[in-house]
Design a protein around this ligand. Structure first.
Ligand code: ATP
Length: 813
């Protein structure tokens, strides 16, 4: 891999407004054809990471006032900086002049084939954009456009106070429109310089229980910290997910380089190591309270994210989430909850922002795309809609495998969550991250001021299809196609018109089910760079502005172009990511910290719960591959372990607060690479002393939590009475017929469910079978028991941009 030192820097969320401003300037530039030179200017500006690195605010007022007023861009918990910037740059290549030729897609392929550099000498000048053909705009659209124009003028007047403000936090936090029910954080970072992981805003409509809009926040200078005592995660988990240990420091230590490896609108991600095997490094996603969020709401939100993530952690394309733990206040982070997760090397956005991305062959891009699609299909097949798909939420493992992450706004999409025969639960409200958010969802963006009649309940599965389509278009064009998927964005309008034109003039059956005729050709801006009308069919059908005719994941998997894409990995492959070992649990100390915890954890220690039993008492089965690689490892390890385990036991014996149920036969490579002193230090950490450190905000909120004790107990009794959450190591589980209290509880947390829409693909789908068929198409020699040979080197993308100063220079102009 050709990483540079910047790779290690925190992946901060970007400033969309800054990028929009940048985009606006570039849109206005005269050079609208030379994509590569625009990309070059992006390179000269520095890479996106540098932009994201800015801790609390965009460099100057340009970010907050932006190229667009805040009202013109929808909210996202995290926005990607450089890609937007590039997008804006390169979108200059999407010329918008009238169409001068309506040559067929096929004829144009030749023209393009002879063009070595797809970004140079773009045929756009000759071919136009495909939008000059008589538009099929409907009456509503025209009216709406007029309304928008008027609104824009009003908006401009309303928002002049943003201009030139030096701090995003000031400008954005103070910006609230009347009737605005979302605040969004286009930067995805806290405005707080010192502790960026503790300041969050939430919804303004506190009394709307079911509204998830608190994810769309603006950041706020007020630091939020969970009140003491920190709730026991087990109180919020279903029986089969209850954990043997719930304290981070029982079994993990922070990575010594102490650098965040990523951050989002409501979290910060750091590396942690197993206390027993230093080589086993994991990610800790430390979850932050969103401003105005009550502790109870925080616990419910986070446990829901964890339950969904864990429920899905059985597929090679899903980032494994292992444990939900209490995190103490340390020099690294503030107290709270966090997830122990599989560690990703990069996210897809970070790959795409590299200068070398534009040279990545189509086959590799399609491989990544198909892997993402397989991850989404797995989610859908297991009853979950992701709802926030974007390159930032696709992690790449060290083997180059794509893995979906961030289930923060994911939800069970069936009316009865585990009954996969129940209809799809439609959603309402603005969620997601533009431009990956589809138009039907953008109607709910309060900042767009759409008339209410446009706001219709939408299918969350169609959200994922759309996001995938936009991701594919972005991957191929090396730039996002537009900022927002709504007609306030000229480039989106252009796409919509092109879509209609293609259907009206070239392929009237384009939207018909099972129609696999070639898609739009190079005369269409967002098809041009594909150089393959079958690929454009896939991208455009996924990104169909009309959700009713948009490709579903099943449609996608039936598409012949999609089927022939060769991938480095099959969904049923085992990526051999090991669950971290839990050896120690600090439960007696919980008694002092949280009286509710102690009896519960004792109960947990003696539970018949198979999950806990497995962790505590049973040896981990070794995979066939492990056995083949090292048949006698177990014996050797045991010997080694016996020798090394003693100091650990001794240390633990001294700590009479710790209970250490040893896991028989589960000690391979324990303490490897770690000396006795380190072990002693690890075990000497007193979780309670850390958790109980006084904090400025703890008193007030603590009172609130105590008042909520009854709610916690109610939730606990609900959780204990639910059937086990099914796990999925292959075929989709048989649906449960009735809604469990947990289902209901979780449904209550989700976007308001409205009239159930009939679903077309209700039955649980067998992921393996569909994958198998794909596998056989992709590679006849593919074995389902062996890992596929890596055919692409997805992480091997060069990056020539190292200088970040030019970015600041540009944005601060
Ligand atoms: N397991 C992981 N390994 C490595 N990096 C990770 C991991 N999880 C998250 N990251 C990095 O941290 C970033 C933020 O993580 P994530 O999207 O889960 O947080 P979030 O607060 O839910 O963000 P968002 O604002 O998008 O909702 C990711 O884009 C990724 O770069």
């Amino acid at each position: 891999m050709t990483g540079n030192s910047k790779d290690k820097e925190v992946h901060k969320s970007p400033s969309v407004s800054t990028l929009k401003l940048l985009g606006k300037r570039l849109f206005n530039s005269n050079n609208h054809t030379d994509n590569s030179s625009l990309l070059l200017s992006a390179e000269q500006l520095g890479n996106g990471r540098s932009l994201r690195k800015r801790p609390t605010s965009p460099p100057n007022g340009s970010a907050s006032s932006g190229g667009n007023s805040p009202s013109s861009s929808a909210g996202a918990r995290q926005r990607s900086a450089s890609l937007h910037r590039r997008k804006n740059n390169a979108s200059g290549a999407f010329s918008s002049g009238p169409v001068s030729s309506h040559k067929s897609s096929a004829a144009l392929q030749d023209l393009i084939k002879h063009n070595n550099n797809p970004y140079l000498n773009s045929p756009s000048n000759i071919l136009g954009t495909g939008t000059g053909i008589a538009s099929t705009r409907d009456r509503d659209r025209t009216i709406l456009d007029r309304e928008k124009e008027m609104e824009k003028v009003k908006e401009k007047e309303r928002n002049t106070h943003h201009a030139g403000l030096p701090q995003r936090s000031n400008s954005m936090a103070s910006h609230h429109f009347p009737n605005e029910n979302i605040i969004y954080n286009p930067y995805g970072i806290s405005p707080n310089h010192v502790r960026p992981d503790t300041a969050f805003a939430d919804t303004l409509n506190m009394n709307k229980e079911n509204d998830l809009s608190f994810y769309m926040h603006d950041g706020n200078s007020k630091i939020r910290m969970l009140p003491l005592p920190i709730a026991n995660p087990n109180e919020f988990l279903p029986e089969d997910m209850k954990q043997f240990s719930v304290h981070l420091t029982d079994n993990f230590t922070f990575d010594t380089d102490n650098k965040p490896i990523g951050s989002g609108g409501s979290s910060e991600v750091r590396k942690v190591k197993s206390s027993y095997k230093q080589k086993d490094v994991y990610a800790l996603k430390k979850l932050n309270m969103i401003y105005h969020e009550s502790p109870e709401k925080f616990y419910k939100r986070c446990s829901k994210e964890f339950i969904i993530a864990k429920h899905l952690s059985h597929n090679v394309h899903i980032t494994k989430t292992f444990y939900l733990v209490k995190v103490p206040t340390t020099t690294y982070t503030t107290r709270g909850w966090g997830f122990i997760m599989e560690l990703g090397v990069k996210d897809l956005f970070q790959l795409m922002e590299r200068t070398g991305w534009k040279n990545v062959p189509f086959s590799e891009k399609y491989c990544l795309f198909k892997q993402v699609a397989q991850g989404i299909k797995f989610c859908h097949d297991n009853g979950i809609a992701h709802r926030d798909l974007k390159p930032e939420n696709v992690l790449i493992s060290k083997e180059g495998i794509c893995k979906l992450t961030d289930f923060g706004i994911s939800d069970w999409y069936h009316v009865v969550p585990h009954d996969y025969t129940s209809p799809v639960k439609t959603c309402q409200g603005m969620i997601g991250s533009p431009p990956y958010t589809p138009p039907e969802v953008m109607y709910f963006d309060a900042k767009k001021h759409y008339p209410e009649r446009f706001q219709k309940p939408y299918n969350p599965l169609a959200m994922d299809s759309y996001a995938l389509g936009i991701m594919l278009i972005t991957m191929v064009n090396n730039i996002i196609p537009f900022i927002d998927s709504c007609n306030t964005d000229a480039r989106y309008r252009e796409f919509e018109v092109s879509y209609d034109n293609f259907i009206n003039h070239q392929n009237p059956h384009f939207r018909d089910k099972g129609c696999h005729k070639p898609g739009p050709g190079a005369e269409y801006t967002l098809a041009r760079n594909f150089k393959n009308p079958d690929a454009t069919r896939v991208a455009w059908r996924l990104a169909d502005p009309n959700p009713a005719t948009r490709y579903t994941m099943d449609d996608l998997f039936e598409d012949p172009f999609f089927q022939q894409i060769e991938t480095c990995v099959e969904p049923e492959d085992d990526d051999l990511v090991k669950a971290p070992e839990l050896r120690k649990t600090t439960s007696v100390s919980d008694l002092t910290e949280n009286p509710l915890d102690a009896p519960h954890e004792q109960e947990v220690a003696h539970t018949s719960n198979p999950f806990l039993k497995k962790e505590a008492n049973t040896p981990k089965p070794r995979s066939m591959l492990e056995i083949a690689q090292s048949p006698s490892l177990r014996q050797k390890s045991k010997l080694k372990n016996n020798a090394k385990a003693k100091p650990q036991v001794a240390a633990d014996e001294k700590d009479d607060k710790s209970i250490e149920p040893k896991q028989q036969g589960q000690g391979e490579d324990l303490n490897e690479g770690k000396d006795e002193k380190e072990i002693m230090e690890d075990t000497s950490i007193n979780v309670d002393s850390l958790l109980e450190r006084p904090t400025p905000t703890s008193t007030n909120v603590e009172n609130i939590l105590r008042e909520d004790d009854s709610t916690a107990k109610e939730l606990k009794s609900m959780l204990n009475s639910i059937p086990a959450t099914p796990t999925h190591n292959g075929p989709t589980p048989a649906p449960v017929k009735t809604a469990s209290p947990l289902d209901k509880h979780m449904s209550d947390l989700s976007l308001k469910s409205v009239t159930p829409a009939p679903t077309k693909n209700l039955g649980p789908l067998n992921v393996s079978s569909s994958s198998n068929s794909l596998g056989s198409l992709a590679s006849p020699s593919t074995s389902t028991t062996k890992k596929k040979k890596v055919i692409h080197h997805h992480l091997d993308i060069t990056n020539s941009v190292t200088n970040t100063s030019s970015v600041s220079a540009f944005v601060s102009r």
